[in-house]
Design a protein around this ligand. Structure first.
Ligand code: NAP
Length: 251
């Protein structure tokens, strides 16, 4: 498929999980793709596998985002697709939320996402598509996710306002809210394997479609929102969650 031929795409956090699968899909649909991440080795080996360009930038660091924008502009000129995907998940119960954990999660998931868009805006083409990777957690009261959920709810709020303000440039900005998706993110939480397995089983049973999503499921939606097929869609949110947001009282 060549729907995205001629377009330049930037995927933050593209060396793993949903970002990696989306970079692959965007590339397969014809885009030139830049992936970013924090670790040079991980970024370069993923970029090589994908046939993409790898660039290192920690989204928690505004100077690093500015350097990334400069590097992308020098090598590719303007950008058509910005997939703001980099994020972390650090669960903690209310009453045990540390300032460090708050700052890290809000700093990457919300501040990092906002300033990715803010800093890229000058090199986005008019008519570009921004996709913010949020979560169904933005709308739930799932235990241990208070700060994570707040970081995503804040991102969705920014998305709506930005959609109004960027419309004169025909820049579309939308949010994607996945339910549970099988990626390395859970292994980075610090939880024991047994706890993770218990969590996965309980979560799977809550999903009406009785499975976790795969990164490729999300990648298809991202590629659609990035394409001109979604030309009339902005300020919207898409749940992609096997129906978990229906929250059935009985199943
Ligand atoms: N998996 C799910 O169930 C799920 C559900 C809803 C929403 N999400 C969201 O989906 C997005 C992608 O997560 P994933 O599940 O695909 O997890 P993942 O496999 O851990 O991928 C996250 C990516 O973000 C990068 N990243 C993290 N912090 C960064 C920073 N400060 N600067 C630059 N890159 C950074 C990671 O790089 P490193 O290799 O350096 O860590 C990695 O490439 C996140 O925003 C997450 O909140 C995931």
């Amino acid at each position: 498929m060549t729907k995205l031929k001629g377009k330049v795409a930037v995927v933050t956090g593209g060396n793993s999980g949903i970002g990696y699968a989306s970079a692959k899909e965007l590339k397969e649909q014809g885009a030139q793709v830049v992936i970013t991440g924090r670790n040079a080795n991980r970024v370069q080996s993923a970029a090589q596998e994908l046939g993409a360009k790898g660039m290192v930038a920690d989204v928690a660091n505004l100077t690093a985002i500015e350097s990334l924008v400069g590097q992308v502009e020098r090598e590719f000129g303007k950008v058509d697709i910005l997939f703001v995907n980099a994020g972390i998940f650090k669960p903690a119960p209310v009453g045990q939320i540390s300032e460090g954990m708050f700052d890290e999660q809000m700093g990457i998931n919300f501040k990092g996402a906002v300033f990715t868009t803010e800093k890229f805006l000058p090199i986005l083409n008019d008519g570009a598509s921004i996709i913010n990777l949020s979560s169904v957690n933005a709308y739930t009261g799932m235990p241990n996710t208070a700060v994570y959920a707040a970081s995503k709810a804040a991102l969705n709020s920014y998305t709506r306002t930005a959609a109004t303000e960027l419309a004169p440039r025909h820049i579309r900005i939308n949010a994607v809210n996945p339910g549970p998706v099988t990626t390395p993110i859970f292994g980075k939480t610090g939880l024991e394997e047994e706890q993770l397995n218990g969590f996965a089983e309980a979560m799977k049973n809550r999903v009406p479609l009785k499975r976790f999503g795969q990164p490729e499921d999300v990648a298809k939606l991202v590629a659609f929102l990035a394409s001109d097929d979604a030309a009339f869609i902005t300020g919207s949110e898409y749940n992609i969650d096997g129906g978990i947001n229906i929250n059935p009282l009985l199943s």
